[in-house]
Design a binder for this molecule. Structure first.
Ligand code: PDD
Length: 278
């Protein structure tokens, strides 16, 4: 793989960053994952907008402007001949002597790489995933897309060890989101429900797109918190993210939803999302 590091395109073995990089020492870094379909970036303007929001919250800057970031993404796709998968991009505050206060001046760092993945012919999308609920142990600013991902990583492992595919976080009795995706349910009367935006969740780019497409198709979308009990009694459930698109959830804490197979509305939303994204 050819990766991007601070202005250079390098074989991954030659790509290096400092031991003192604050991204490494403090997770003082933000990131974006943009999916790639048919060799094209999906909703890149949305990812740029969220990147700027994350950067702003942490008083971080990027070494490249928006046009430069897009050009860099395209160059990575070309050099890696990637047609389906994702581009991961990370902005860090750069290297400085270890101190909790942000350094007065440091060179922000930018790295990016591609990941090939079958997004359309996804086996999990065909059969759906099983989730378990876990306490939301993450920090309180989940709306900032930082690389501080050990909480989600631990909880994903708890889910895997329990024989499930992923975990849904629960806080004060309500589902916040999945470890790396937004959580949705479809009620018996056909309303599509996902938690309202706040600092409790990441403002998913796929979430926003699915909401728009669902409403345009005449479906009713409700933005509000829901409980695990409500989700277990729902007609269908699903998750959204740049890497999962729309992926059905067929079981929550051991309780199958409906007949335990991916539901028709979820399938329709997935097809809608894919059709609109290409
Ligand atoms: N994760 N919520 C969390 C906690 C996430 O990490 C993600 C994305 C989402 C969905 O956001 P979007 O639709 O913009 O991808 C929601 C990415 C894919 C990741 O960390 O790999």
């Amino acid at each position: 793989r050819i990766v991007y590091v601070n202005g250079d395109y390098l074989p991954e073995a030659d790509a290096k960053i400092s031991v003192f990089d604050r991204g490494f020492l403090f997770a003082d870094a933000v990131y974006e994952v943009t999916s790639v379909l048919d060799g094209r970036l999906v909703d890149f303007p949305g990812h740029l907008a969220r990147l700027h929001r994350s950067l702003g919250a942490l008083e971080l800057t990027t070494p490249l402007d928006d046009a430069g970031l897009e050009e860099m993404h395209r160059e990575l796709l070309k050099r890696n001949r990637l047609t389906e998968g994702a581009v991961y991009m990370q902005v860090t505050r750069g290297a400085a002597d270890r101190d909790f206060a942000y350094p007065a001046s440091s060179e922000p760092g930018l790295v990016a790489f591609t990941q090939a993945k079958a997004l359309i012919e996804s086996p999990t999308a065909a059969k759906g995933i099983r989730v378990i609920s876990v306490q939301d142990i993450r920090w309180a600013r989940r709306d900032i897309k930082t690389t501080q991902l050990l909480g989600p990583s631990m909880c994903k492992m708890i889910a895997k060890k329990a024989g499930a595919d992923d975990a849904w976080f629960v806080e004060e009795g309500f589902v916040t989101e999945g470890t790396s995706n937004n959580a949705w349910i479809i009620t018996a009367d056909g309303a599509i429900v996902t938690r309202n935006l706040s600092a409790a969740i990441l403002h998913g780019i796929t979430r926003a797109a699915v909401m728009t497409y669902a409403e345009a198709a005449g479906m009713r979308v409700e933005e509000r918190p829901f409980t695990i009990a409500e989700a277990q009694g729902a007609a269908e459930a699903f998750i959204t993210s740049a890497s999962a698109f729309v992926t059905p959830v067929v079981e929550i804490d051991g309780v199958p939803l409906g007949d335990g197979a991916p539901g028709p509305v979820t399938k329709r939303l997935r097809e809608l999302y894919i059709a609109e994204s290409r």
